[in-house]
Write a protein of this length. Structure first.
Length: 76
């Protein structure tokens, strides 16, 4: 996504640490800041099913084990 934005293809929503050098160098600029989420964390959207596929459950568990919990965030 970052490469596409740098190439002029369009907008990209990426974590600030990924884009900060390009922003400081003037290659990228922040737009739509008032509409950006202010909640830190990683968000996973998937179909609401009673039973999550084993591969997806393994991925969710892996990510959770490597990230600190966000106070007040919903847990899947």
């Amino acid at each position: 996504m970052l490469a596409a934005a740098l190439g002029g293809v369009g907008l990209a929503q990426v974590p600030a640490p990924i884009a900060v050098q390009d922003m400081l160098a003037g290659r990228l600029e922040e737009v739509l800041a008032p509409h950006a989420t202010t909640t830190p964390g990683v968000f996973l959207y998937h179909p609401g099913r009673r039973q999550v596929l084993p591969k997806l459950r393994a991925f969710i568990d892996h990510v959770r084990s490597h990230l600190a919990p966000v106070p007040g965030a919903a847990q899947a």
